[in-house]
Design a protein around this ligand. Structure first.
Ligand code: ADE
Ligand code: ZN
Length: 315
């Protein structure tokens, strides 16, 4: 595999059935009914219901460190040299898990991965759209004491009905704190959600962005501004936001249009594969050529929040 950067992985989406059972056992909890459930899902919400129910087994700082360590070891094997990891603190704090246990456990895993695998990385705190803007602001305030552990803020969970514009104030405040900004948009929501993420939230990357292709002006804007799209093909098939054939995935059009798209894994425990599996599946389906695999890896590195010297070291 080409050396690359993972920019779109939800750490809770790496919680596989084996680790769910192990953590349930360790914490004296029942194994959630959804353990082991995978693709296909009816839609994003059908998946999210399982995802939130399963993550209930994550209780302690050690649980988060173990989750992070397992993901990072698997990512290293996929050629990932730098990982910017999404975490959903609200899904844990609303169950009574202290936010510092979430952030310090994952940060410990990142520090260990630097020593064990030579990987760099950082955390992106995502706000859950379905809990609304006030809860997002409270979450930002709760994580700011750990500002040094954070790279960026993001926006995820149920998309339609929760447009980016709702979160203007919290993204503005995050930017004032020097945090970078990304947002899920155009996964199920239309091109207007992508415009809002760019214009109102100041998002520097769009997570997914598939539906941006429906708006020619937006495509031109994304091309001119070199805005990264972090694309997750197996996720799109699993959640029926693209497909049913991978050969028809919009990534081919994105590359033809000269957009800065890269391939990532989203929730690999649920969607049938890690970053390398996504790339292999795309090549097997004929969606991208072997040469484009190198372009995708270079795009991922260029789209990361690494400083220029760090990017150059990976390219
Ligand atoms: N949270 C975890 N996976 C997600 C996805 N694919 N879209 C939005 N929110 C998510
Ligand atoms: Zn995602």
């Amino acid at each position: 595999m080409w050396p690359t950067a993972e920019l779109h992985v939800h750490i809770e989406g790496t919680l596989d059935a084996d680790l769910i059972r192990e953590l349930a056992d360790r914490n004296g909890l029942p194994v959630p009914a959804g353990a082991g459930r995978g693709a296909p899902f009816r839609d994003l919400q059908d998946f999210l219901d399982v995802y939130y129910a399963n993550l209930d087994v994550l209780r302690t700082r050690r649980d988060f460190q173990d989750l992070g360590a397992r993901y990072l070891a698997r990512a290293a094997a996929a050629g990932v040299r730098h990982a910017e990891i999404f975490v959903d603190p609200q899904s844990h704090t609303e169950r009574g898990v202290p936010v510092e246990d979430v952030l310090l456990g994952l940060s410990a895993a990142l520090a260990d991965a630097r020593a064990a695998h030579g990987m760099s990385g950082g955390l992106i705190v995502c706000f859950l759209r379905h809990l609304g803007p006030d809860a997002a602001m409270a979450t930002l305030e709760a994580v700011l004491p750990h500002r040094s552990l954070l790279l960026a803020v993001g926006l995820d969970s149920s998309e339609v009905g929760f447009p980016p514009s709702l979160f203007r104030d919290v993204f503005e405040r995050a930017a004032a704190e020097g945090l970078r900004r990304v947002a899920h948009a155009g996964e199920e929501g239309g091109p207007d959600y992508v415009w809002e993420a760019l214009d109102i939230l100041g998002a520097e990357r769009i997570d997914h962005g598939n539906r941006a292709l429906e708006d020619v002006e937006l495509v031109a804007h994304l091309r001119e501004t070199r805005t990264p799209l972090t694309v997750c093909p197996l996720s799109n098939l699993a959640l029926r936001t693209a497909g049913p054939d991978l050969a028809d995935h919009p990534l081919a059009v994105m590359l033809d249009e000269g957009l800065r798209a890269s391939v990532h894994s989203d929730d690999p425990a649920y969607f049938g594969g890690y970053l390398d599996d996504n790339v292999r599946a795309l090549v097997a389906a004929g969606t991208v050529t072997e040469d484009q695999v190198g372009v995708l890896a270079a795009n991922a590195v260029a789209s990361s929040f690494l400083p220029d010297a760090g990017k150059a070291a990976l390219l």
